[in-house]
Design a protein around this ligand. Structure first.
Ligand SMILES: [Zn+2]
Ligand SMILES: [Zn+2]
Length: 151
């Protein structure tokens, strides 16, 4: 995994940079991610907030209430609708950003080590051998299943 890498939305109004390899990459097969993306699952990487930098534009928040009652905020480009960031994780000063891997200019080599909400995965999706796979949320925070050395 070579970093830094840059990314952005489809229309170019939003650009960002990720400075270092992510703490963890995961795929979420929950029905909310399926609906939001119009696809089978969403692949995201998690990096410390200090390693994520918005270099152009301003993201718009969208908030929903999860089944658990928690309020979850996602961030997208208001011009083209591309989803860029998922919910923030952790707490200050150790805050983490969840970045949609497909919005990077180059997403090669960014394979998810963790698959969550496999309970609602499409039945044609095969979870690769050796992955951490959980039927719902993992028992410990996602950050504990990291694949890259902490920076
Ligand atoms: Zn855009
Ligand atoms: Zn999800």
């Amino acid at each position: 995994m070579t970093f830094p890498r840059e990314g952005g939305c489809q229309c170019g109004a939003i650009r960002y940079a990720v400075a270092r390899p992510p703490t963890v990459i995961f795929a979420c097969h929950c029905t909310a991610c399926q609906r939001r993306s119009g696809s089978a699952f969403v692949v995201s990487l998690i990096v410390p907030d200090r390693d994520f930098r918005l270099t152009r534009g301003r993201l718009k928040p969208q908030t929903r209430t999860a089944d658990s009652g928690a309020t979850l905020t996602h961030w997208f480009c208001a011009d083209c609708g591309t989803a860029i960031l998922g919910m923030e994780r952790g707490t200050a000063p150790q805050l983490y950003q969840t970045v949609r891997v497909g919005t990077l200019d180059d997403s090669t080599g960014l394979r998810p080590a963790v698959h969550v909400w496999t309970r609602s995965a499409q039945d044609w999706v095969a979870i690769p051998q050796g992955s951490h796979a959980f039927p719902e949320n993992p028992p410990r925070p996602l950050l504990n299943y990291g694949q890259a050395p902490a920076s």
